[in-house]
Design a protein around this ligand. Structure first.
Ligand code: PNS
Length: 165
């Protein structure tokens, strides 16, 4: 059985992530979306919020599970019985970091392979940070997020902005 982990911060999940999730779900028997709990990037959303948002946008995918993890990704993949890590590549700027990550993971866990999916061109510019920045300046984020989470992202960003006033 082909079991894959799709890890990330997902702060929040964007349509670019969704594209990777849906394509991975078609290719694999089972997909575990792993949401990193303690992230050096200091996420805006709590891990519970990020997991819940992912759950609400993946209800149509019966072979997809969403869960948080802490510690090394390869340990999480081993715990889950996954032999494949999936990462999305948007542009050449992603490549250096992704290569380092995948090679380090492969040294630590030679039984796990990383595969890269190039993102749909439509979303090649998109990132969670860009979406938060647009929301911060009251721009329209509907084009970038699943409709189920647009309002909660707008509210969270507005609350963060209010705190700074
Ligand atoms: O969405 P992101 O922030 O680009 O995802 C990065 C992630 C979660 C894949 C990466 O930071 C990660 O795997 N963190 C867990 C710790 C780990 O295993 N690091 C790699 C070996 S140093």
């Amino acid at each position: 059985m082909a079991v894959a982990v799709y890890p990330g911060s997902f702060d929040p999940v964007t349509l670019g992530h969704m594209d990777i999730i849906e394509r991975t779900a078609q290719m694999m028997d089972y997909v575990i979306i792993g949401v990193l709990r303690n992230n050096s990037k200091s996420p805006l959303f709590s891990v519970e919020e990020r997991v819940n948002m992912l759950k609400s946008v993946t209800t149509h995918l019966s072979n997809v599970e969403v869960t948080s993890f802490d510690g090394l990704l390869v340990d999480f993949a081993h715990q889950k019985g996954a032999g494949i890590i999936v990462r999305g590549l948007r542009a050449i700027t992603d490549f250096e970091y992704e290569l380092q990550l995948s090679q380090t993971n492969r040294v630590m866990a030679p039984d796990i392979d990383t595969i890269f999916l190039t993102t749909n061109l439509k979303y090649s510019y998109l990132s969670s940070s860009i979406v938060k920045e647009i929301a911060w300046y009251h721009g329209n984020i509907q084009e970038f997020l699943h409709p189920a989470i647009v309002e909660s992202v707008e509210k969270k960003v507005a609350a963060a902005a209010d705190k700074l006033k």
